[in-house]
Ligand binder design. Structure first.
Ligand code: ADP
Length: 402
């Protein structure tokens, strides 16, 4: 079964094609074809990058219209040196990463008009993401007609959060209007939990895990018996850990102060907290951890210290929610690649009997346990496979005719 996965963002769109065969492999296969559309490189144009058949091509499309650019992207599946299928009709299903599924979507669903209406309605909670996700669905409709499409929600995995973890202590009427903690990165946290159980050869239903998704966006999940019981992102992906350019949690009083004393408008505040804060805001260097590490200014050091301080304290919070921990999992760009962040974070948990093996930690581990044999807590580095997780959900939904 050929499954196309689409991750439609506002400034870029990533896509890949898998060929799934029965029985589904446990390990994530490499996609046959990968594509990325970037609308930020040139004004009014799109830069299309394709990887397939061991080749990489780049094209500039004289349009920044998602439907037109998606059509051009899909042509490369069956034409030219990146051709991997004879005809686009071979695609049996398209899976979409949808950022916000609100209270109603607790699992992946086949997309119909009511699902599209709900994604549009939830744009009030995720104005930066859901409209782009919906455009992605419509672009596929225009190019591939009535191919089955599946929505896989980044919030769904956290729909098991108990009320005490999902409520904000503000007047209850706002909770009734949907203002609550939803949590994000659910596709990655769920994938990592399953993979951790495989690697540890343990039953997921008998494990307490803290999964740390540390990319440009960062979040943690406390996973007990395979269910998310706490997480650090909330109503939006702005809450919780310090991130690349997002502040994470700050005293709401700071926001009030900036509005009152700094005359900041809502749009300015949104930009300040989402695009100008985090590692970038403190270091003044970059939102990319590699560049902050390579800079030797005091502010850059402070940015890293603050990042680690917050990461440690939120891991502590997740362990408290779990009332114990069997394993801590590091994933995404920072989690998978920065031995320094992993070792400095883990230092704070020596008192728990957690010890990492420094040689293993330094050796670019992928899907490995980097704790010492004697460690009382396992520490795993897992390469997240969100696209593969989406493809698997598509397979299940199409096979069971849901
Ligand atoms: P996204 O959240 O956009 O999917 P990624 O998961 O790819 O992002 O993570 C991107 C971040 O990973 C980069 O901004 C960079 O800070 C970090 N990163 C990647 N490689 C390394 C590395 N070798 N050392 C430290 N940080 C890294």
């Amino acid at each position: 079964m050929k499954v196309l996965v689409l991750n439609a963002g506002s400034s870029s769109q990533k896509s890949c094609l898998y060929d799934l065969t029965e029985p589904l492999s446990i390990d994530a296969p490499s996609p046959l074809w990968e594509a990325q559309i970037d609308w930020t490189a040139q004004a009014g144009k799109a830069v299309l990058r394709i990887k397939a058949n061991g080749k990489k091509i780049e094209q500039t499309i004289e349009s920044n219209d998602r439907a037109i650019d998606t059509q051009q992207m899909l042509k490369t599946l069956s034409e030219g040196e990146t051709k991997v299928i004879q005809h686009k009709s071979e695609i049996e299903v398209v899976g979409h990463r949808i950022v916000h599924g609100g209270q109603q979507y607790r699992q992946s669903v086949r997309i119909d008009q009511s699902v599209k209406d709900a994604i549009a309605d939830l744009a009030r909670f995720a104005p930066l993401h859901n409209p782009a996700n919906l455009q992605g669905i419509e672009a596929i409709e225009q190019s591939l007609g009535d191919v089955p499409q599946v929505a896989v929600f980044d919030t769904a995995f956290h729909s098991t959060l108990p009320a005490a973890a999902s409520l904000y202590p503000i007047p209850y009427e706002w909770y009734e209007k949907g203002v609550q903690r939803y949590g994000f990165h659910g596709i990655s946290h769920q994938y990592c939990a399953n993979r951790a159980a495989q690697l540890l050869k343990r039953d997921l239903n008998n494990l307490k895990l803290v999964t740390c998704h540390l990319g440009n966006g960062c979040s943690l999940a406390a996973i007990q018996n395979g269910q998310s019981i706490d997480t650090t992102m909330g109503f939006t992906p702005l809450e919780g850990l310090m991130m690349g350019s997002r502040s994470g949690s700050i005293d709401p009083g700071v926001v009030l102060y900036l509005m009152r004393e700094g005359n900041c408008s809502i749009d300015e505040l949104e930009k300040l907290l989402n695009k100008q804060s985090g590692l970038l805001g403190v270091s003044g260097v970059s939102s990319d951890l590699r560049q902050v590490i390579n800079s030797d200014t005091e502010q850059a050091k402070l940015a890293i210290d603050t990042y680690i301080h917050r990461l440690r304290s939120y891991i502590g919070a997740m362990i408290a929610s779990l009332q114990g921990v069997d394993a801590i999992v590091f994933t995404a760009g920072v989690g998978e690649n920065s031995a320094m962040i992993r070792s400095r974070t883990c230092e704070a948990f020596h008192w728990l009997g957690l010890k990492i093996d420094h040689a293993k930690n330094q050796a670019s581990p992928v899907d490995q346990d980097i704790a010492t044999t004697a460690s009382k807590v396992r520490v795993l580095v897992i390469h997240t496979e969100e696209d593969w997780a989406i493809a698997q959900d598509c397979w299940k939904i199409i096979r069971s005719n849901l």
